[in-house]
Design a protein around this ligand. Sequence first.
Ligand code: ZN
Length: 197
Amino acid sequence: MNPQPLLTTHDSRLTTLLPCDHCRGLGVWLDPNGSLHTCPRIEIREPHAPPSPRAAFIVRSLRRLYEEKQAIDPVAFEVAKALLPYSADDPCDRHFITDRFFQWSTDRLRQLHYTIAELRYKWMLPVASRKVAPAGYWIAADQKDFELWFVRAKAALVTPLIGLNCLARATFPVLADQLELDFRRDMSPVEVTDAIG
Ligand SMILES: [Zn+2]
């Protein structure tokens, strides 16, 4: 990747620019071989709006994957970009993603969960979600946004684990003492995403 840094300026003349249609405002693009490049408009020093906070999270994830020489899944990248316009108040409906990216699959919802799990646990992208209206996915824009989702997601995981532990204790108390209900160790990222959405 070209070492030229992304724009990080807070120059108000740049923040009023529309997001670049070459790179969807990310400042980088991915070629078909999976290599990351600086947006050509930045290369030729055209005025270029800096990434939005959500776009900056995607750029951070891309840079980390690239530097660690991890493969960048182009479908996951497209899903991440598709989530950019959405927020906690106006989340992206899951059917929009499944219809757009996973029409080929016999289990579109499972494919969606695989991709969201990849974005969360491999890309370390803060993809939040909600199962009740307004339901859907969005990239958490800031710490408060992420915290609100995290508290809900944690409760969605912990409540069944407590119930499972009680069931084991009521039925097989000796066995229950031997069990460690550590969901972080026992559950795969996709199972976690299945549970929290
Ligand atoms: Zn651009």
